[in-house]
Structures are given as structure tokens and as C-alpha cells.
Design a protein around this ligand. Structure first.
Ligand code: NAI
Ligand code: MG
Length: 495
């Protein structure tokens, strides 16, 4: 009976891989040949006159040229943000501020298809992800924080708050539009002004957001979006008139930022790397758990800071789970991110693909056993087969270090205490997942796992109302939800 059921599932999946291509149309999105800096409500040429290319990682073709902001441009943006803060935004009634934030949310919804296409072309993630997750969740963040703007007295009862001033925000390439929304929406709701820098290989949707901000008539200077690489980011961090740094990216750069702002009055929230453990107990709904594991590490190419890159399976179901995982891997579609059937798109950059391939070699050298499905990957562009490792030791680098790619390290465990110890034994603590039928087990683990987010019988679920952030080297501060407001206010007195 069980075999018959498995065969039916397999047949369904086999036919999924043979589906005719269903590519989204590129023509529904307009990409200009060149983009300038968005400062004080206008698009301006960079003072150093330098531009750098942004490419489509699935084809290696150039999409556009992006302006590189130097220190003078960063200064211009900070001055614009300070002036807008002092003269306009700080003084504006909160309910008025909320209207602007709502307007931005609605305009993202209206242009959702265009945003999804550009996100996929510029970053390589499957159109299904951009369309169904990134863009709607970005709009939802603006809606959610618009609602808080005139209700801060309820968010901080019996206390009086004031905005921080100018927020410098630096974001990575894995969720370009969504990270911009996470950072801009709460900052504006609390009355701050913003200088935001997207990652250098995925600037386009942030620049499209700048167009929306301009069309929404947000007062000039309230949001400035400037582009460039690490040097531009460092100039924002080191600018004397920036009051707060919000950063998402590598732990390495997070540490540089921490050192740079030590001894200043700048506040900071840092959301850094992760090495999340997914834990499957023998009483878990195994098919559902396997699907959650696949979703947690392979969809989105593993380019997720909270990706479930480690899997711990209770010994009695270990073999069965690994077999189910391999079966499911065999059905995943790797390829053109613009195809609506694609599960795993392009790796974001050549540099990231090199990092992932390095770790795949390290895993083999460390003696772990590698498995990859038989699928073909496109010859052009940056692609990586979904990869699992068994026979992994806790001390192996593939079980300790962030790979940020579709690579899963699997180990077995016997008892709750053993798996808690193993799961906590990395420098990171961003997220974790627990799969079991028993509520008591879930509560036992959620209190003992040193991770900012613990999902139970699901994984990688996001909502603007729930806070997100890490322990240990995964950073500090919380984004999202009520907690996300605290990062953008000073509490000046108790009432
Ligand atoms: P990164 O940390 O260098 O880049 C993130 C952002 O920081 C980008 O906007 C970048 O321009 C900016 N930046 C770089 N150097 C800076 C500096 N000195 N001061 C201020 N801003 C600076 O990350 P990268 O090099 O793209 O990826 C390297 C590794 O980092 C990945 O392999 C992955 O493991 C991890 N990563 C983690 C992310 C997360 O969401 N936690 C996101 C992206 C990368
Ligand atoms: Mg690109």
C-alpha cells in the first residue's frame, strides 16, 4: 500500500519535471540603461561620475549601470535626510506620516508584477518566490508599520518616545526589496529619516522603490537611496551625523561596523549570519517535515540567513527521512528563475557560487558523504545542484560555518538533550525548526534552543507582526512586529 502511494507521488513529480517551460515575460518590467542616486527627492548623477554594471546571474548578461556614491554623495544624502528630519518629518502629525507609508504600500502592490520580474532578473531567485513572497511581504511591512505611526503611545504605554534622527541602513542581496521594506517602514513610522544602501549586485528594486517614493510625493530627503559597494556602506557608517545604523549582511562586516561605531552615540541593529538546525523527531509527520526541510534550505538557493542548513534526525527514522529527502531532491527543478515552475534559481553571484563550491569540496575532504540529484543545470549563469551531506561530524566545517547556498548537513541524534546541545553548538543563533507531534516537546526545545526564532512543524514563515533577530554572532536587535519599533525610538521619560 505504502509503495503504491509513493509511486503515485513519484509519478506526479516526474511529470512536474517534464512540464513545458512557463517563463514570465520580461517586457512587463522596464529597466533603464543607467540609474543615478536618489537624493533629496531627485535622481542625481554621482559626483565621481562612476557607474558599475549589474548583471542577471542566470544569464551573465548586463542589465543596467548603477551609480557609485562616494563620500561626498553620502554626505549630500545625510544632509538631505537631516534637513528633512528637522524641517518636515519630525514635525509632521503622525497620522499624516502614516498616509505616506500607506501610499508606498499600495503603490508596491499596484506594481507588484514589475517588482517581481526585476527582483528575479537582478538577483536570480525563482519568480515564484519574488511574486508570492518577497513583493507581497514587502508591501505588507509598509501596511503594518503605517498602522503603528500614530499609535506609538500604545506601543510604549506610559512612556514618551522620540525618533532617533537619521538612520543609515545597509542591506544585502538575498531579499533586496523586502530588506529595504523591513528597514524603511519602521524608521518612517517612528519619525526618522533614512539613507539606505542596497547591495551592489541587487540595486534595481531599491531604485524602483525610489521611483515610487518620488511618485508618492514623500517630502524630499525623507528617504534617500544611494548605491555602491562596501566603501559607500562604510561612509554611511562613519558619517558623524547618522544616529542609527541598521545592517543586515555578513558577520564579518557586522563586526567591522561594531568596531566603527564603538564609542559613538550611534545606535545599531545587526542581523548577521546563521546556521539553523531543523530537528525531526521520530513522531513527526515525516512527509510534511521533509517538505519543510526542502523549503528551508533549497528554495531560494539557500540564500537565506535563517536557512535550515543543518538537519538533525532522530535515529529511528534517520534512514527513512534521508531516503524521502533524496526522492524529493530528484524532483526539484533547477534552472531559469523566470520560469514559473522553477524551484531553485541562480546563485546570486560568481563570488557566492565559488564560496558554495569551496564548501562542497571541504565537505568531501572532511569525509562526509555527498549526494546530488541527477538533474541538469544550465551551462551559462551561476547554478548549483541541491546538495546533501550525510556522515557529518559536529566539528566539520560544513556543520559549523555559514555556506549560504543549497547545501544541507545531516546528522542523527537519540535524545532531546543531545540534539539541543548539538543544535546550540555553533557560533550562530538566528533560527531553528522543530518537527514533532508533541506540544510538550516543542515547548521544551523552544525554551532551550539559543535561537531568535524557532518554528514548530513549519519553517521560514514570515509575517510583519512577528519579530525577527538573532543570538550570539547572528547579531542583536529585533526587526518586525512591535519589537521592531524599539530600534527606531529613544525612550525619553516615563509618564
Ligand atoms: P556583505 O556583508 O559584504 O554585504 C552586505 C552589505 O554590506 C552590502 O550592501 C555591502 O555593500 C555592505 N558592505 C560591505 N562592506 C561594508 C563595510 N565595510 N561597511 C559597511 N557596509 C559594507 O556580504 P557579501 O560579501 O555580499 O556576502 C558574504 C557572505 O555573507 C555570504 O557568503 C553569506 O554567508 C553572508 N551573508 C549573510 C546575509 C544575511 O542575510 N545574514 C546576507 C548576505 C550575505
Ligand atoms: Mg544583479
Amino acid at each position: 500500500m505504502a509503495t503504491k502511494k509513493n509511486n503515485t507521488i513519484k509519478l506526479k513529480f516526474d511529470s512536474a519535471r517534464n512540464l513545458a517551460p512557463a517563463p514570465e515575460s520580461k517586457s512587463a518590467a522596464k529597466i533603464d540603461p543607467q540609474y543615478d542616486l536618489f537624493i533629496n527627492g531627485k535622481f542625481e548623477k554621482p559626483s565621481g561620475k562612476k557607474y558599475f554594471p549589474t548583471i542577471n546571474p542566470a544569464t551573465e548578461e548586463k542589465l543596467s549601470m548603477i551609480a557609485e556614491a562616494n563620500t561626498a554623495d553620502v554626505n549630500k544624502a545625510v544632509v538631505a535626510a537631516r534637513t528633512a528630519y528637522d524641517k518636515t518629518w519630525k514635525k509632521m502629525p503622525a497620522a499624516e506620516r502614516a498616509k505616506y507609508i500607506y501610499r508606498i504600500a499600495r503603490m508596491i502592490q499596484e506594481r507588484a508584477r514589475e517588482f517581481a520580474i526585476i527582483e528575479t532578473l537582478d538577483g536570480g531567485k525563482p519568480i515564484r518566490e519574488s511574486r508570492d513572497f518577497d513583493v507581497p511581504t514587502a508591501a505588507n511591512h509598509f501596511f503594518y508599520y503605517a498602522g503603528w505611526a500614530d499609535k506609538l503611545e500604545y506601543a510604549f504605554p506610559n512612556r514618551r518616545t522620540e525618533p532617533l534622527g537619521v538612520a543609515g541602513q545597509i542591506i544585502p542581496w538575498n531579499f533586496p526589496l523586502l530588506m529595504a521594506a523591513w528597514k524603511i517602514a519602521p524608521a518612517l513610522a517612528c519619525g526618522n529619516t533614512v539613507v539606505l544602501k542596497p547591495a551592489e549586485n541587487t540595486s534595481l528594486t531599491a531604485l524602483k522603490l525610489a521611483e515610487i517614493i518620488q511618485e508618492a510625493d514623500l517630502p524630499p530627503g525623507v528617504v534617500n537611496i544611494i548605491t555602491g559597494a562596501g566603501a559607500t556602506g562604510a561612509a554611511i557608517v562613519n558619517h558623524a551625523d547618522v544616529n542609527k545604523i541598521a545592517f543586515t549582511g555578513s558577520t564579518e562586516v557586522g563586526k567591522i561596523i561594531q568596531r566603527a561605531i564603538a564609542g559613538t552615540n550611534k545606535k545599531a541593529t545587526l542581523e548577521l549570519g546563521g546556521k539553523a538546525a531543523n530537528i525531526i523527531f521520530d513522531d513527526a509527520p515525516l512527509d510534511q517535515a521533509v517538505e519543510g526541510v526542502i523549503n528551508g534550505i533549497f528554495f531560494n538557493q539557500g540564500h537565506v540567513c535563517c536557512a535550515g542548513s543543518r538537519l538533525y534526525v532522530q535515529e529511528s527514522v534517520f534512514k527513512e527521512v534521508v531516503r524521502k529527502l533524496k526522492d524529493r531532491l530528484e524532483t526539484l527543478i533547477v534552472g531559469d528563475p523566470m520560469d514559473k515552475n522553477t524551484d531553485i534559481g541562480a546563485i546570486n553571484s560568481k563570488a557566492q557560487l565559488d564560496i558554495i563550491n569551496k564548501y562542497i569540496r571541504i565537505g568531501q575532504q572532511e569525509g562526509a558523504e555527498m549526494y546530488q540529484p541527477s538533474c541538469a543545470v544550465p551551462k551559462k549563469g551561476f547554478f548549483c545542484k541541491p546538495t546533501i551531506f550525510t556522515n557529518v561530524a559536529q566539528s566539520n566545517r560544513i556543520a559549523q560555518e555559514e555556506i549560504f547556498g543549497p547545501v544541507l548537513a545531516i546528522q542523527s541524534f537519540r535524545t532531546d538533550d543531545e540534539v539541543i546541545e548539538k543544535a546550540n553548538n555553533t557560533p550562530y543563533g538566528l533560527s531553528a525548526g522543530v518537527w514533532t507531534d508533541k506540544g510538550s516537546k516543542i515547548f521544551n526545545l523552544t525554551t532551550k534552543l539559543r535561537a531568535g526564532v524557532v518554528w514548530a512543524n513549519t519553517f521560514n514563515k514570515f509575517d510583519p507582526t512577528s519579530p525577527f533577530g538573532g543570538y550570539k554572532e547572528s547579531g542583536y536587535g529585533r526587526e518586525g512586529g512591535l519589537q521592531g519599533l524599539s530600534a527606531y525610538v529613544n525612550i525619553i521619560e516615563n509618564r
